[in-house]
Write a protein that binds this ligand. Structure first.
Ligand SMILES: *Cc1c(COP(=O)(O)O)cnc(C)c1O
Length: 366
């Protein structure tokens, strides 16, 4: 083929060329504490049951399009009806379905920065406008700023993230209630780390509070369930929201393997709770240790802690840790987080390695 005859590349869809994609750099290290996964895998009995289910699986047939067994099992866990549950490939696909259903040109969603970058990113990919307001310097929602934004921008979806990634704090019930009362559209509470926190918006659904018909709670199996490789997330909302998401999901989007993995995981809730308490305990230990070092850190109700070295630059500390084969997330270039790093809570051994590496980088005392 004559190379010089190649025509110019086809231009991307308008707006897409400015997108840089979502990346989390992966480096080979001994202690990987950068992506908020569970440091421990799911239990052996789950693996054995999944292997048995796979052995019997009707691979020549399409999966159950409605994922009914999984939705029934999730509905039972949350005390809702299966018609109020929608499942997809990770909570990111749940968010994408919501945005395809309710977003689009001439519509806007609201986010409160700093927060999970994918809310903005997926909105932009679906051609939806994004308006934002800043959190307070301590990363709480700034309610006057929230109210002003909601009144001015009329967002079709208001995103909350609780506990908020990457800052770690959960929104208190009265704050979620306040947003629910003031938001003109849906209020989507991303609870990827919900089980690590003492309270979640999922609890609000049982409270009979006002505005509940517009509450959408999103959860994932990627973190607390130790199943990030599976790609499984879900939402709990009014049946009309579920039907809207079903309109925008591709047919048979959720494969039979993932559905089975989810159903079986829910039979191992005790193992999940065990991992959870270990991680919460370790989070307290890390938080206590950070308090004695030359860093500022923020209280976390998730499985990670945001911190800012006070005497050295974040990038230098990040490199020092990497030199000791410990990988944390460098958030210092993210909006509103200058100088910040985020560490995922790992196993006790991994956390000790992290603390030792950090002490080597910063010195012992604040
Ligand atoms: C990790 C994370 C998710 C998980 O996304 P999946 O697609 O379910 O893996 C969702 N939301 C937030 C805020 C997260 O940090």
């Amino acid at each position: 083929m004559n190379v010089s005859a190649r025509r110019a590349p086809v231009p991307l869809r308008p707006g897409l060329s400015e997108q840089s994609g979502y990346h989390s750099p992966q480096v080979e290290v001994e202690v990987r504490l950068n992506t908020n996964e569970s440091p421990l895998g799911p239990p052996d009995s789950w693996r054995a049951q999944l292997a048995a289910a796979v052995a019997d699986m009707a691979f020549h047939r399409y999966p159950d399009r409605r994922a009914w067994a999984l939705r029934r099992a999730l509905a039972a866990v949350h005390g809702v009806h299966p018609e109020e549950v929608f499942c997809a490939n990770g909570s990111n696909e749940v968010l994408q379905c919501l945005l395809l259903a309710y977003g689009g040109p001439q519509r806007q969603v609201a986010v409160f920065e700093p927060t999970y970058a994918l809310h903005r990113h997926i909105a932009e990919l679906t051609g939806t406008g994004v308006v934002g307001a800043w959190r307070t310097p301590q990363f709480a929602l700034d309610l006057p700023a929230v109210d002003a934004l909601l009144a001015e921008a009329d967002p079709v979806i208001t995103f909350l993230c609780s506990p908020n990634n990457p800052t770690g704090m959960a929104e208190p019930p009265d704050v979620v209630q306040h947003v629910l009362e003031g938001a003109p559209g849906l209020v989507v509470v991303d609870e990827a780390y919900g089980q690590f926190s003492a309270w979640g918006a999922m609890d609000l659904r049982r409270s009979g509070a006002s505005g509940l018909e517009r509450l959408v709670v999103v959860r994932t199996f990627s973190k607390t369930w130790a199943m990030a490789a599976c790609r499984l997330g879900y939402l709990v909302a009014e049946p009309e929201v579920v039907r809207a998401c079903e309109l925008t999901a591709l047919p048979y989007h959720l494969d039979a393997l993932t559905q089975a993995a989810g159903v079986l995981a829910l039979r191992h809730e005790d193992d999940m709770r065990e991992r959870l308490s270990l991680i919460v305990e370790e989070r307290q230990r890390l938080a206590g240790a950070l308090a004695s070092l030359a860093v500022e850190s923020w209280p976390s109700q998730a499985n990670f802690i945001l911190f800012r070295p006070t005497q050295r630059s974040a990038v230098e500390v990040w490199k020092d840790l990497l030199d000791q084969s410990v990988l944390v997330r460098d958030c210092s270039t993210w909006p509103g987080l200058p100088g910040c790093l985020r560490v995922t809570v790992g196993t006790p051994e991994e956390n000790s390695r992290f603390l030792e590496a950090l002490r080597n980088s910063l010195g012992d005392e604040r």
